[in-house]
Design a protein around this ligand. Structure first.
Ligand SMILES: C[S@@+](CC[C@H](N)C(=O)[O-])C[C@H]1O[C@@H](n2cnc3c(N)ncnc32)[C@H](O)[C@@H]1O
Length: 186
């Protein structure tokens, strides 16, 4: 990620996720015991989520971010894995829930975004839930991502894509950003 993303490690970003995003997207959602988080970055979402499950597996593509996250969460219930979330090494049905925050727009093509969503669906147990959020397209964010991948998803297409991939009971909320919850069929 480019230098602008250093703010994702700061307290303001964590405060935003912890107050404006995570409480609402998890309301009424059973996260179960085992949660997989894809694209945790510096760990603001991980920090909030790991207290709410017994085990959190964080899948981070960037080796430096993964190493920093490993140090940050040493001795906790967080296991950091440095791999590509579009090709997960876990068997089908391993997790009760999945989290995907502010990262889908970092996948360069719709095909890779779909591949990630399909992989998450595969590793969820039947009845498991994916929760997540992403920013909406803006010129400001386009400039923010200069020299970096910026492939924002139009919310209506995300809904259709998740449905086509096999998710059900999909809820999508669009405001300042978009949040979503989608289930694997039982
Ligand atoms: C903008 S950060 C979001 C961090 C955090 N979820 C948050 O909301 O603060 C996006 C993260 O996704 C990671 N990422 C991008 N593509 C990925 C992939 N295919 N598999 C796993 N992680 C990926 C990036 O390395 C980066 O750390």
């Amino acid at each position: 990620m480019n230098e602008n993303h250093k703010c994702c490690a700061g307290p303001e970003w964590a405060e935003y996720l912890h107050t404006a995003v995570l409480p609402s997207v998890t309301r009424g959602v059973d996260l179960g015991r085992d949660l997989i988080e894809v694209g945790p970055g510096p760990g603001a979402s991980t920090e909030w989520l790991h207290d709410r499950v017994q085990r959190l597996v964080a899948i981070e593509l960037d080796p430096h971010a993964a190493a920093a996250l490993t140090i940050r969460f040493a001795g906790t219930n967080v296991e950091v894995v440095n791999e590509d979330a579009t090709a997960l090494s876990f068997p089908d049905g391993t997790f009760d829930s999945a989290g995907c925050f502010t990262m889908l727009h970092h996948l360069p093509t719709a095909g890779r975004q779909n591949r990630l969503l399909a992989e998450v669906l595969r590793v969820l147990r039947p009845g498991g839930v994916l929760i997540g959020s992403d920013s909406l397209h803006s010129v400001e964010l386009h400039h923010f991502h200069e020299g970096d991948t910026y492939n924002p998803i139009e919310p209506a297409t995300l809904l259709i894509r998740m449905q086509a991939l096999g998710y059900e009971e999909i809820t999508l909320s669009v405001g300042h950003a978009m949040t979503f919850a989608a289930h694997k069929p039982r």
